[in-house]
Design a protein around this ligand. Structure first.
Ligand code: EPU
Length: 420
């Protein structure tokens, strides 16, 4: 297993080009199953999760033409297998996103149940209940979700008890080809849901209200081909901004969007960053200062995203003052903090709340990545620590950060990958 070795204590300065958003690209790739014609998706990030989704679609019989810039043309009219097998779903929970499109377009689907995961139990009951409300017969047997419908799904009112991002995406996709109107209430407002809706509209879907908590979909008989470019990754953007802020440096992000990450930019400003934004760029300057500790509570969009919580914990670990972090989305998303304690951080955890007292510095140590965002936070902790940190199990980071060591090297970081 590859490891990252980081020699910390360097202030980061420079420019970073942001990649396409993983969590928008995954549902958009699944959505191509709904079309009767080839669909071209652009600005896909080079990531293991994207390769897994492409492999899943290929095995189902979807014809893929990939160019050197990772624009992919997908043709679902050649589909043969309506199954997402355990061996792929276990490596990527987002495989569940093929469920809604398959039932809606082909009348049946078999998708392995994703198991538990490193950040919480993550059930998929709302995905199943939503499809049942639309008339699908859904059984869970032998570790698989088996869904069937005679004819088309029927439009329905789907109310989510808890805001769910991929649950909203699955029902949104299914509803585009259903008979009649579907109204999703307490829908996720995440920018990735909006990007998916815009792509579906480009394919001919009739959708309104995306970006609010009520999405209305009038089903159509067919969806056609289109060419669509995935939005920039707001979590990758936030991760680089936080890494640079933690080191007291200055950075310009290119190919990004400030309007979809207001909560994060506001917290960085509170930490002492001077932030300027334009249409497709964000500039952050700490003027060489140490960040101030910030309090935050994770919640569905537009509040502070759970996917940025770990990175802010790392910044708080060396900030001036005490920061209180409350995680309300996943029940087990503080694993990175145990590793930071090994680097000398001062953190008190009580249930879903962590009180982090900023230290003048952390010390390099061997640490282990437990999930994608936890690994990003350990990279930040390592960048501000004195001495060398070795981060093990970095396959987690390759699921969500394109060329992370090259991008950080361009900012001046001393980071290298060693094969394990
Ligand atoms: N939930 C249920 N039942 C369901 C679905 C969700 O109880 O049927 C609960 C979950 O257990 C959780 C809460 O609802 O407590 C919210 O989970 P959600 O369904 O929104 O999460 P997700 O759709 O599985 C996506 C992202 C995650 C991100 C979360 C929250 C993708 C592919 N994944 O997951 O991204 O943390 O939304 O914003 O979009 C990551 O990129 O590192 C990552 C984990």
């Amino acid at each position: 297993m590859d490891k990252l070795i980081i020699s910390g204590g360097v202030q980061l300065n420079g420019e970073v080009r942001i990649s396409g958003a993983k969590n928008a690209a995954l549902p958009i790739l699944a959505a191509t199953l709904l079309a009767d014609e080839p669909v071209t998706i652009r600005n896909l990030p080079h990531l293991n999760d994207i390769t897994t989704m492409l492999e899943l679609l290929r095995r189902m019989g979807v014809e893929l033409v990939i160019d050197e810039k990772l624009s992919v043309e997908l043709d679902a009219s050649t589909i043969k297998e309506l199954c997402a097998p355990y061996e792929l779903v276990k490596t990527m929970r987002a495989s569940i996103l093929v469920l809604g499109p398959m039932v809606a377009h082909f009348g049946e689907a078999e998708v392995s149940l994703p198991g538990g995961c490193a950040i919480g139990s993550r059930p998929v009951n709302f995905h199943i209940q939503g499809l049942q409300a639309m008339g699908a017969d859904v059984q869970v047997e032998g570790g698989y979700i088996r869904a069937k419908v005679n004819g088309r799904l029927k439009g329905a009112r789907v109310f989510f008890d808890v805001v769910t991002v991929t649950g909203t995406e699955n029902i949104l996709m299914a509803a585009t080809l259903a008979e009649g109107q579907t109204v999703i209430e307490n829908a996720a407002r995440e920018p990735e849901v909006v990007d998916l809706a815009e792509c579906l509209i480009a394919m001919g879907a009739d959708i309104s209200g995306h970006g609010t908590d009520t999405i209305v979909i009038n089903g159509v008989e067919k969806l056609h081909g289109c060419s669509y470019s995935v939005q920039p990754d707001r979590i990758e953007s936030g991760t680089y901004l936080t890494a640079v802020a933690a080191t007291g440096g200055k950075v310009k992000l290119k190919n990004t969007r400030a309007d979809i990450m207001e909560a994060v930019l506001q917290k960085l400003t509170e930490a002492g960053a001077d932030i300027k934004t334009g249409d497709d760029w964000i500039e952050l300057d700490m003027h060489g200062k140490r960040p101030k500790a910030v309090n935050l509570t994770t919640a569905p969009h537009p509040a502070f995203p759970t996917d940025m919580q770990a990175q802010f914990s790392a910044m708080n670990a060396i900030a001036d003052g005490v920061g209180i972090i409350k995680e309300t989305i996943f029940e087990n998303r503080f694993m990175h903090m145990q590793e930071m304690l090994r680097m000398g951080a001062d953190i008190d955890i009580d249930g879903n709340t962590a009180v982090i007292k900023g230290m003048d510095t952390l010390q390099g140590a061997p640490v282990m990545a437990t999930d994608l965002r936890a690994s990003a936070s350990l990279v930040i902790a390592a960048l501000v620590a004195q001495g060398d940190t070795t981060i093990d199990r970095i396959y987690h980071i390759d699921r969500g950060y394109e060329c992370i060591e090259e991008k950080l090297q361009l900012l001046g970081a001393r980071i290298k990958r060693v094969p394990g």
